[in-house]
Structure formats: structure tokens, C-alpha cells
Design a protein around this ligand. Structure first.
Ligand code: HEC
Length: 430
């Protein structure tokens, strides 16, 4: 089994205790004025929308941000993390390329400004009556895609000890399917008990354990609720395929056992979707040359599309030294168009799914051009060894560069219709 274990060093989890002791008593409401940015009126709604799915008791983040008392001691740190766009974890560059994503949990500039103004004003509480009703969270047993037809758990319950380093690794389970089935929805979900310790879980379909190629299935992260594919599209799960669970577990101070599973919803037997939705490792670069100690090491790689395609999502795939990835389209007429750039943080494996009305449409003959930067300096907190050269490889000390790309193919007529619909929509907007 290809299991990788890695250490986070002193670990972000340890920081929590010290900071909580710094809790300062504030004169409740004393600072609130109408024009002032206050916690109850202005900040709480942002925390509810964008933070509490992870920052609440029993969830993955190191501290709860459910009340003023809980939030106040973190004000400075919150200011820092939101203004550098480190939190919420969402690393798309908002200034280049296509904008508009499903499950986008990033903050708008206005929301960031609100939080910064609130902290700079001394983090006032405001009028308790302004507080919105508490956010309700879904039951942890609930499948957001609806009841699955088929559920495949990790091979055995996984114990995450009370104390310990973060754990990354791959677990494999047979799908148990004895015939090919088309799926129309998929969700990866920790067990209700395991929920607090599952930092992320990424599932893939493979023909056997050692296969490098394979189809991406789904990414679990809090605040994301499974993938229901666009109508008429589906993904093929081949008979006897294996599911690879790429897990990131984090200890939370008590022993917790998790049994993450993946749930599938099928097309009725014998029914096929019009389109196969692919999620493939494209523009893989096997020829990385990352000198010791160097930052901003660039590599380029390409994938030709021989058919028209509609891109529905992407995820950079880099290892510890990864820093940033941009993807662009080189069109048959020679023009290029930046599609997206995303900073890479090894601690988060985020899939970026484009909103339906902005999904890039690429004509046959286009190339996907992937540009990746690695940071092999000691300044990269994830770097296992800044003294050594790194190249392509499977080991955790090696690195990688490719783009998980989700797309489906379009006939010439469908492509022309999609482009016309897009142009009409853009004309309406102007
Ligand atoms: C998808 C889950 C998730 C969301 C959403 C999220 N956080 Fe976090 N946050 C975490 C995790 C996990 C950590 C611990 C560090 C890490 O793993 O990156 C963290 C760390 C932090 C820290 C640093 C704590 C420390 O130890 O110094 C701050 C501050 C923070 N988050 C604020 C926020 C704010 C404010 C929001 C919303 C605007 C938010 N986070 C949204 C999961 C999340």
C-alpha cells in the first residue's frame, strides 16, 4: 500500500491554547455607534456565511467563531488571515482569468474591508439586538446529493489519536461493482463521528492500486456538498474499479475514529448520459528540475484537446514545494487566454468548479498550457528539505505538476450553440 505519513512540525493546532488565554473583557456594547462597524451587525453575518462551517465546536478548525466571546481574542489573527486571503481557504487569484465558481467560499473585498475596519476600531461588539439568528447546520449523517445508491467506505475504521502529527495517506477500497455503471452524482463524506478530524478527503477511481492515471471523483471539504453533475452528463465507474481515498487527518485532543465513505448515485441501469464527464490528470510534467534553495522555479507543460470541450473545473496538483499554478488556453488561432491562477497551499486540496455560465469553451485544436511555480527555499513551510534538488516522482519528497481537469466534449454544433448562448448572455450584461 502506498501510504505516506508526514509531519507538520510544531503544528498549527498547538497555537490555540495560548491565544485563548489572552481573552480580553470588553465593555459590552459600549463602543457601538451607528456608523461604526460592529460585530453583531456587520461581522457575524460574514462569519456565518464563510467561516462557521469549519470554525465551530467539533469541526476541523482550531477554534470556534460562533460567538463574540469566542471571536474577540482572535481579532488580530483574523485580520491578518483574511486580508492576506489565507482564510477562508480559497486560493484562486481574483484578479486574473475567469471569475465565478460553485461553492466559492472566498470573501469579497468589501467583506475583507469590513473585517479589517472592525478590528482596527478595537473589535467592538455592537448592539446585541443586531445579531442574526444562529446559523443552522446540516445533520452530519446527511448526504447532500440525496440518498446514494451505492456507498463505499474506507477499508477499515481509521483511528486518529488524541495527539499527533497531521496524517496524509492513501487508502484503497474495492468499489464492489461487478458491472460498469454511469453515475450522476457523487459525495465524499466523513462518518458523523469522524467529522472533526477529516481535514480533507479526495476520492479517485482507479483500475488498480498502483495506477497513476484514473478519474477524479470528488473532493470533500467542509462547506462543500458533493457534486451533482450537469443534466445529461455522467461519469463512468468501470466494473471492479478501486476507489482511492486520499486522506488528510488532524488530531483534536481526543481519540476519534473515522470511516469516510463515498456515495454514488447511478443512472438507471441501461441508461447512458449524453456526455461523459472526464476529470483527468492533464499536462503532466515528468521533467521537473527544482534546484535546492530556489524559489519561483517555473515549468510549462501542455495538453492538446482534439475535440471541442467545456471545462467545468480544475485543481492544481503539486506536492510540498508547489507554490502557484496558472492555466491558460492556447487557441487554434494562436491567441492565448488565461483561464485561472491559483496559489498552492499543500495543506488544502481545493477543487475549483466553474459556475455554469462561465465554464471555459475551447475549440478543438486548443492546448491547455499549465504553468507551475515551485518554491524549494527554506521559506516554504511545507518544504521537507531545502538543501536538496527535487524532481518528478511519486515519493512524498519528490514533486509533481499537473492539472486535474474536469470537462466534457462538445460536437461542432453543440460548441457553436454554447458559444452563441454565451455571446447573447454577455451582450445582455452590457
Ligand atoms: C474549510 C474550512 C475553513 C473555513 C471555511 C475557514 N477556516 Fe479558518 N481555519 C481552518 C483550519 C483547518 C485552520 C487551521 C490551519 C490550517 O489548517 O490551515 C484555520 C485557521 C484559521 C486561523 C488561524 C488560527 C491560528 O491558529 O492562528 C484564523 C484566524 C482563521 N482560520 C480565521 C478564519 C475566518 C475569519 C474564516 C472566515 C472568513 C475562516 N477561517 C474560514 C479552516 C477553515
Amino acid at each position: 500500500m502506498n501510504t505516506r505519513v508526514r509531519t507538520l512540525g510544531s503544528g498549527s493546532l498547538g497555537v490555540v491554547v495560548g491565544a485563548l488565554l489572552a481573552l480580553a473583557a470588553l465593555p459590552a456594547g459600549a463602543l457601538a455607534q451607528d456608523q461604526e462597524v460592529t460585530f453583531t451587525r456587520d461581522v457575524m453575518p460574514i462569519l456565518q456565511d464563510s467561516c462557521q462551517s469549519c470554525h465551530r465546536d467539533g469541526a476541523i478548525a482550531p477554534m470556534s467563531l460562533m460567538t463574540y466571546q469566542e471571536t474577540r481574542p482572535w481579532a488580530r489573527s483574523i485580520r491578518e488571515k483574511v486580508s492576506t486571503r489565507t482564510m477562508p481557504p480559497w486560493y484562486i487569484d481574483p484578479n486574473v482569468g475567469v471569475q465565478g465558481f460553485k461553492y466559492d467560499r472566498s470573501l469579497s473585498q468589501e467583506q475583507i474591508d469590513t473585517i479589517v475596519a472592525w478590528v482596527d476600531a478595537g473589535a467592538p461588539r455592537g448592539n446585541p439586538e443586531d445579531l442574526p439568528p444562529p446559523r443552522q447546520f446540516a445533520d452530519r449523517d446527511m448526504w447532500h446529493i440525496g440518498e446514494p445508491d451505492w456507498v463505499v467506505p474506507i477499508p477499515e475504521p481509521f483511528l486518529v489519536p488524541a495527539e499527533g502529527a497531521n496524517w496524509w495517506g492513501d487508502l484503497f477500497s474495492p468499489s464492489g461493482l461487478t458491472e460498469d455503471r454511469w453515475i450522476k452524482a457523487v459525495e465524499t463524506k466523513p462518518s458523523a463521528e469522524g467529522f472533526p478530524v477529516v481535514h480533507h478527503a479526495v476520492t479517485r477511481l482507479q483500475e488498480h492500486e498502483d495506477a497513476e492515471e484514473g478519474d477524479f471523483l470528488n473532493e470533500y471539504a467542509q462547506g462543500k456538498n458533493g457534486d451533482i453533475f450537469p443534466p445529461g452528463t455522467g461519469r463512468l465507474v468501470k466494473a471492479n474499479s478501486i476507489i482511492r481515498f486520499n486522506m488528510h487527518y488532524a488530531s483534536i485532543g481526543r481519540d476519534v475514529t473515522d470511516r469516510t465513505s463515498v456515495g454514488l448515485q447511478f443512472y438507471p441501469e441501461g441508461e447512458e448520459p449524453e456526455k461523459e464527464l472526464f476529470s483527468r490528470a492533464l499536462a503532466q510534467n515528468f521533467d521537473l528540475d527544482i534546484p535546492p534553495g530556489e524559489d519561483n522555479v517555473r515549468h510549462d507543460s501542455y495538453h492538446p484537446f482534439t475535440t471541442n470541450v467545456r471545462l467545468t473545473g480544475f485543481q492544481p496538483h503539486l506536492h510540498n514545494r508547489g507554490k502557484r499554478q496558472c492555466i491558460e488556453a492556447i487557441l487554434p488561432d494562436g491567441n492565448t487566454q488565461t483561464i485561472s491562477c491559483a496559489t498552492w497551499d499543500f495543506g488544502w486540496h481545493i477543487v475549483y468548479n466553474y459556475a455554469d455560465d462561465v465554464q471555459p469553451l475551447l475549440p478543438a485544436g486548443s492546448f491547455l498550457h499549465t504553468i507551475t511555480w515551485h518554491d524549494n527555499s527554506a521559506g516554504n513551510r511545507w518544504n521537507p528539505d531545502a538543501e536538496n534538488w527535487a524532481g518528478f516522482g511519486q515519493r512524498s519528497s519528490d514533486d509533481m505538476s499537473f492539472t486535474w481537469t474536469s470537462y466534457y466534449e462538445l460536437t461542432d454544433d453543440e460548441y457553436a450553440a454554447a458559444v452563441a448562448a454565451r455571446e447573447a448572455m454577455n451582450a445582455d450584461d452590457n
